[in-house]
Every structure is written in C-alpha cells, then in structure tokens.
Ligand binder design. Structure first.
Ligand code: AP5
Ligand code: ZN
Length: 211
C-alpha cells in the first residue's frame, strides 16, 4: 500500500496519516517532520533546510528527493508507506514514479479560512510529534502530550506571516501535481472541511475499498 497524501498546509494530512498508520501498520513519512528533526539535531542537513522552512518556502528538490529516497529504502517501507508532504513539485513526482510508484494519491481539500483556523490552533508534541489543536483536538491536560507526556509547542512556521507565504507557495505549485496524478488515474479528492472524526473514517473507507 503505497500512499501519497497531498493538500494545502494545515488541511490535516498529518492527522489522517497517523490514523492510517495505526490501522495498517505502515510508516508515516512526513518530509516536514524529517527536516524539523534534523534542525533539532543541529545536523548539516538541518542547517541547510532551516532558512527555507522558516520563510515558508520549498526546500530545493535535490535535497528533498535524496532524503525521501533514502528513507523509502528502509526495511519498514517494504509493505508500504504514507508519504505526507511529498511530492510537492513535478520533478519530485517524476522521480518518485521511478523509485516507488504510488498506488493511490489522496488530495485533501478545505477552504482557506478553515485551514488558517487549524494552523493557528495547532500544537505539536516536542518529543513524539503527535498533533493537537487547542479547540478541535485538545490534549487531556493543556500543554502536555497524551501519548508521551512531552511538552506541546507551536511550530515556528505557524506564525501568521509564514502561513500566508506557505499558502501562496501551495497555490503556485500544486496544480501541476494534481493534474499529474489525475491523468494517471490515481487521484482521489477527499473533502476535509469537516472535523477529523468525520474525515478519518472517510479516508479509511476509501482505503478499504481499494486494498
Ligand atoms: P510540512 O511539515 O509538510 O507542512 P505542510 O504541508 O505545510 O503541512 P502541515 O504539516 O502544516 O499540515 P497538515 O496538513 O499535516 O495538518 P495537520 O494534520 O498538522 O512542510 C513544512 C515545510 O517543510 C515546507 O514549508 C517546506 O519548507 C518544507 N518541505 C516539506 N516537504 C517538502 C517538499 N516535498 N518539497 C520542498 N519542501 C518541503 O493539522 C493541522 C491542524 O488542524 C492540527 O492542529 C490538527 O489537530 C487540526 N486538524 C486536522 N484535521 C482537522 C479536522 N478535520 N478538523 C479540525 N481540525 C483538524
Ligand atoms: Zn508526545
């Protein structure tokens, strides 16, 4: 089961991917998470991607492709994977066809006001990466991760100015990707404007029918 989740920042890709990972036991690979981890570790890769991420811009293709290629070669990807946030450009999509052709691409859509509200209330666990929302998915204890007890933080790129830029980049870059998978008959568009407890079963149902 080789899946790609695409859609605007904040539409909920990571949230739905967590649910699919729990049900099917396949890894959730988020390029954004990988880069944030590298920044946290202070690695050379982290230093190279940080300036792009902090400004809401795309990281250059060669860097992203290299990271994904390496990750997909790992043992836990043999049975399948959920790619979240990759591909984002045509060169990324073309390269992915060569080394791990996706079976299905879920394209999540929601209105921009909905997305901005989701991003402005998002909190993430600084230890395990679990995703929360102050209003829609609050933790049991404010500021503390239900899963591991880690502290919840606001992502650096969720500041309003950076969010604006990420949405602009999305609008500019995504049409060709959608068309690419549509032409290859592998795109399913999912309405993600409702709450996660409604959207998640919708996603699982699509997968049950296909696999
Ligand atoms: P990345 O980490 O991929 O960010 P993104 O695509 O902007 O997506 P997000 O993680 O912001 O949102 P999401 O859709 O996963 O939403 P979530 O589930 O958290 O990329 C960050 C940066 O890395 C990029 O800007 C770029 O610089 C770089 N990068 C990454 N990949 C790259 C690539 N391939 N090429 C080049 N550069 C790359 O949900 C959001 C919030 O809403 C949460 O609070 C959640 O609790 C809540 N929520 C979710 N679903 C619902 C719902 N249905 N109802 C109510 N609330 C909900
Ligand atoms: Zn945690």
């Amino acid at each position: 089961m080789k899946l790609v989740f695409i859609g605007p920042p904040g539409v909920g890709k990571g949230t739905y991917a967590q649910a699919v990972r729990e049900k099917y036991g396949i890894p959730h690979i988020s390029t954004g998470d990988i880069f944030r981890e590298e920044i946290k570790k202070g690695s050379e890769l982290g230093a190279r991607v940080k300036e792009y991420m902090d400004r809401g811009l795309l990281v250059p293709d060669d860097l992203v492709i290299e990271v994904v290629k390496r990750r997909l070669q790992e043992e836990d990807c043999k049975r399948g994977f959920i790619l979240d946030g990759f591909p984002r450009t045509l060169p990324q999509a073309l390269t992915l066809e060569e080394f791990a052709r996706p079976d299905l691409v879920l394209n999540f859509v929601a209105r921009e006001e909905v997305i901005i509200e989701r991003l402005s209330g998002r909190r993430v666990c600084s230890v395990c990466g679990a995703i929360y929302h102050v209003k829609y998915m609050p933790p049991k204890v404010p500021g503390v991760c239900d899963k591991c007890g880690g502290a919840l933080i606001v992502r650096r790129d969720d500041q309003p100015e950076v969010v604006k830029e990420r949405l602009r980049v999305f609008r500019e870059q995504f049409a060709p990707i959608i068309q690419f998978y549509e032409e290859r008959d592998r795109l399913v568009t999912v309405d993600a404007s409702e709450q996660a407890p409604v959207v998640i079963p919708r996603v699982l149902e699509i997968l049950e029918k296909r696999f």
